[in-house]
Design a protein around this ligand. Structure first.
Ligand code: GUN
Ligand code: FE
Length: 462
């Protein structure tokens, strides 16, 4: 197997063709013809729309150097997707047992499955398969929960690095004997904190990871599974190491109520008290956060991983996405494999639009229309959903990815509408918004090329 250190440098190269991105929330920039220059270090050097100063020279220079990739009319270059919340070990149960409520799903299916990752060979096989699948679906950055097992969780980081995926990998911490089964929990808070410290060092020191493509992330599973000692200890560790934090927050009535009963406060306020609500902390779900919670999250610079498919099954309510964006929260998307059944961020972007639409219109036909939903203000549009899947996710993590602005890392997907098995048809002359909405129908069959940091890492075309 080739060593990741032997990989050739990324660029420089230039891609000429249709380019689309959402550099800011609500903004859509599409060029039917443009030249996107990628520098030798994998950064976006420039985006020249056809006819602009620099376009012809950039195309000519790349053609002379033999580094021009000319796209066909069926192609569109878009930023890679950011998945803010994936449980890597749950991949084997994707789509299963979603008829159960969260608390039974965890105890009957999830904890027994996750306990099997003590077996390093089993872990490596699943993680290899998952990371390849996510890259093929255009996920260029992923934020993973692994399990409580140290070597297998470090192996997930190694798999991401080898495959060339940008990733945050978390060793799960869960020590509360009242909520976690004997066969799957940390011995105590001190053991979990020491293991997390080793995981942080291990990921940072992986050979070939000098640029930090793969990073550790501190991962208390959720308040119900952790003692106060563990939560406080991990908050101190985040402060000391500067590592990002991820956890679940106000996901369902059961979970939200459990925390309120134990701490007398909301999840958000409790996490803040434990020192875990920090800049770029990733809070999964957040469906039941109130206005005060939103203010706390916005003020701290933490972010919500909105997981709209998983939420349909486990959340008991629709996340107030439009309101959160209006109040200035950082928000991106998560598949929440395997609470969510789909490995595709694009599927979740589409579901974000659908769920917001249902929140707006309401769902109970026995109620009068005026009483049924929150009203049209709760909707979100396709532009916003695309932004969440790309730049919104990048901003949530503080990473320069998700848009083709100069200096961003070149993480990108080449969509081919004419690929074998394509479900989408493009029509010449359609508006930017029509084209954007059409491309929401893309599947992995359309993903002809996927790049991370300027390196080609996946795609259906050789
Ligand atoms: N809360 C705590 N653990 C989990 C998990 O694995 N999945 C989801 N959806 N919620 C959780
Ligand atoms: Fe989750």
């Amino acid at each position: 197997m080739p060593d990741e250190r032997d990989r050739p440098p990324a660029g420089p190269f230039t891609i000429r063709g249709a380019v689309m991105h959402t550099p800011c929330l609500g903004g859509l920039e599409r060029h039917q013809d443009a030249a996107l220059e990628v520098a030798a270090d994998g950064a976006v050097a420039a985006l020249h729309p056809a006819g602009s100063e620099g376009f012809a020279a950039a195309v000519a220079a790349a053609a002379r150097a033999g580094t021009l990739l000319a796209l066909s009319p069926a192609h569109t270059l878009i930023p890679g997707f950011v998945d803010l919340h994936v449980h890597a070990p749950q991949w084997p149960q994707a789509g299963r047992a979603l008829d159960l409520p969260l608390e039974r799903w965890l105890q009957q299916y999830t904890f027994p499955l996750e306990s099997r990752y003590a077996d390093l060979d089993f872990a490596r096989a699943v993680y290899d398969d998952l990371v390849g699948c996510l890259l093929a679906n255009g996920t260029t950055s992923a934020v993973y929960f692994a399990t409580i097992h140290e070597a297998p969780s470090l192996e997930l980081a190694r798999v991401c690095l080898r495959a060339g995926q940008r990733a945050f990998v978390g060793l799960v911490a869960m020590d509360d004997a009242a909520e976690c089964p004997d066969f799957y929990r940390n011995a105590d808070a001190a053991q979990a904190i020491a293991a997390t410290r080793r995981h942080i060092d291990g990921v940072r020191d992986l050979p070939g990871n000098e640029a930090g493509l793969v990073r550790p992330i501190i991962t208390p599973r959720f308040i119900p599974a952790c003692t106060d000692a563990l939560l406080h200890g991990l908050g101190r560790l985040a402060q000391e190491t500067g590592c990002l934090v991820q956890t679940h927050c106000s996901e369902s009535d059961w979970e939200h109520g459990f925390v309120a009963a134990r701490t007398g406060r909301s999840d958000t306020a409790s996490l803040d008290g434990f020192g875990l609500l920090r800049r770029h902390s990733i809070l999964a779900h957040g469906n039941l956060i109130g206005d005060d919670d939103m203010d706390l999250i916005a003020g701290s610079g933490a972010a919500i991983a909105h997981c709209p498919i998983s939420n349909v099954f486990f959340s008991d309510a629709v996340f107030p996405l439009h309101k959160a964006l209006q109040r200035g929260l950082l928000v991106g998307l998560g598949t929440d494999l395997a609470g969510g059944y789909s490995p595709s961020v694009l599927d979740n972007a589409r579901q974000a639009v659908l769920s917001a639409r249902l929140l707006a219109s309401g769902v109970d036909p026995d109620r009068d229309r005026s009483m049924r939903g929150q009203g049209d203000a709760a909707r979100i549009g396709f532009r916003e959903a695309f932004w969440l899947a790309t730049a919104g996710g990048g901003d949530a993590l503080g990473l320069p990815v998700g848009r083709f602005t100069q200096g961003s890392r070149f993480d990108a997907i080449l969509l081919d509408a004419d690929a074998p098995g394509s479900n989408i048809r493009l029509h010449p002359g359609e508006s930017d918004d029509d084209r954007l909405q059409a491309l929401f129908g893309a599947t992995r069959a359309n993903m002809a090329g996927v790049w991370v940091d300027g390196r080609r890492v996946a795609g259906t075309r050789a």
